[in-house]
Write a protein that binds this ligand. Structure first.
Ligand code: GDP
Ligand code: IMO
Ligand code: MG
Length: 421
């Protein structure tokens, strides 16, 4: 078997969960490797919609093991709710969900500081307010609390005391907010221990043993390439590495373990929150894409900004992540556009700037070409040959320009709306 990494190639919400659910059929294990409950991963099965924030999107396949890897920042309250919700819907997942003992907890003070910072700042990022940035900062500052800490009460109490000493100073002195008590934080952690402690293991070891046993592993990216803390549109990014480096760091696997990197991309582009977006469409087209594609955040409900397919952005994502396959989702959303724009390059003050650093995206102008659209409803298409000629031309053009095969095409939110090219 093999190890495949599925990475969002744009600014998140590319339809990763839908593709991961599809790809899970041929896998044994699905593992999240970074991010936290900022992710909103939607899977639709038999018209039933599931939105996962922390639990891997392969969980609906009853015989698969799902892993929350060491690179994930884990909100214990959110995870317990997500598990309970699935149980209520009849999915018994406790025996096949495992959690790394090195993942960091997101605690109430992280969420409080996330929203306080957003409200105080003159340069808002538009975060999901899920405590992501503050938690990863604490990890780097070495004042984080890790899942494995729950097994040694003395260590746990010492670490919570040390973290609170610093966090409460920040809350009170910088923001004038009330402190969190030791007891309220411990209560959350002890409840997590009681209800989910048995799932916490050394997942790095588990994954390496699975590789030795020839199991198929799918590493599930959250967010997307252009939100990467290093390779994205800094500072308008998330605080983790959705890119290939993050997949290794956040799972404990090594570069030689990886066989495939699938880039997941919409047939157009969306972005939520602040930050530059070179191919953002004009108001009319943006609204039309938003309505056709139901482009509202799965986590926050915010309207997503919409724009046209961006080849330079994709070329960069392919280069940095080593994507050797592409999955194109939401092709159906383009139905009805007389002309479909594609950005083939960036212009900066009259010269080409296709390889410009993403932080400078606000300075470039997209160079668009237009292709003919199609009117036919494509949601019943189940092969490339079924697609109208103009849709085929659109995909062939993208494939030729990117020089990477499009292996999967999706024409609807449901599990059955995906086919191989
Ligand atoms: P993720 O974060 O990458 O997993 O994506 P989200 O779940 O946040 O957003 C993708 C949205 O598009 C969800 O509502 C999906 O149900 C929906 N979706 C996925 N693939 C398709 C598709 O091919 N066509 C349509 N119309 N919707 C899709
Ligand atoms: P999935 O996995 C889309 C964006 C936020 C904000 C920036 C920083 O569903 O694709 P954060 O809360 O991470 O500090 O916010 O990143 N963002 C996402 N946008 N999809 C996501 O996840 C996102 N996760 C974070 O909107 O602009
Ligand atoms: Mg999403």
């Amino acid at each position: 078997m093999s190890c495949t990494v599925a990475i969002g190639a744009q600014w998140g919400d590319e339809g990763k969960a839908k593709m991961i659910d599809y790809l899970t059929r041929d896998m044994d294990i699905v593992a999240r490797y970074q991010g936290g409950a900022n992710a909103g991963h939607t899977v639709v099965v038999d018209d039933k919609k599931f939105v996962f924030h922390l639990i891997p999107s392969g969980i609906l396949h009853e015989d698969k093991v799902c892993i929350i890897g060491n690179g994930v920042v884990l909100d214990p309250v959110e995870l317990l709710e997500e598990i309970a919700l699935l149980q209520k819907k009849g999915y018994d997942i406790k025996h096949r969900l495992i959690i790394s003992d090195c993942a960091h907890f997101i605690l109430p003070y992280h969420k409080a500081i996330d929203s306080l910072m957003e409200n105080f700042s003159d340069e808002k990022i538009g975060t999901t307010m899920r405590g992501i940035g503050p938690c990863y900062s604490d990890k780097c500052l070495r004042i984080g609390i890790r899942t494995g800490d729950i097994f040694d009460i003395e260590t746990l109490e010492r670490r919570v005391t040390a973290a609170l000493k610093i966090k409460n100073q920040q809350l009170e002195k910088i923001y004038g907010e009330p402190p969190f008590t030791f007891d309220e934080i411990m209560e959350i952690l002890l409840e997590f221990k009681e209800k989910a402690g048995s799932m916490v293991v050394n997942t790095q070891e588990y994954l390496h043993n699975a590789i030795k046993d020839g199991k198929g592993i799918l590493l599930e990216g959250a967010q997307g390439h252009a939100l990467d803390i290093d390779h994205g549109t800094y500072p308008y990014v998330t605080s983790s590495s959705p890119t290939i480096g993050g997949a290794l760091l956040g799972s404990g696997l090594n570069a030689f373990d990886i066989d495939n990197v699938i880039g997941i991309t919409k047939a157009y582009v969306t972005r939520v929150g602040e930050g530059p977006f070179p191919t953002e469409a004009d108001e009319d087209d943006s609204e039309r894409l938003r309505v056709n594609g139901n482009e509202f955040g799965s986590t926050t409900g915010r309207p997503r900004r919409c724009g046209w397919f961006d080849l330079p952005l994709m070329k960069r994502a392919i280069q940095i992540n080593g994507m050797n396959q592409l999955a194109i989702t939401k092709l159906d959303v383009l139905t009805g556009f007389e002309k479909i724009k594609i950005c083939i390059g960036y212009d900066l003050k009259g010269g080409r700037a296709d390889n410009i650093c993403p932080s400078k995206f606000s300075k470039v102008k997209p160079i668009f070409i237009e292709m003919d659209g199609w009117e036919e409803n494509i949601s019943k298409c189940r092969s490339f040959a079924d697609l109208p000629k103009n849709a085929q031309d659109y995909l062939n053009f993208i494939e030729d320009e990117l020089n990477v095969p499009i292996t999967y095409i999706s024409v609807g939110p449901g599990r059955d709306y995906t086919f191989k090219k």
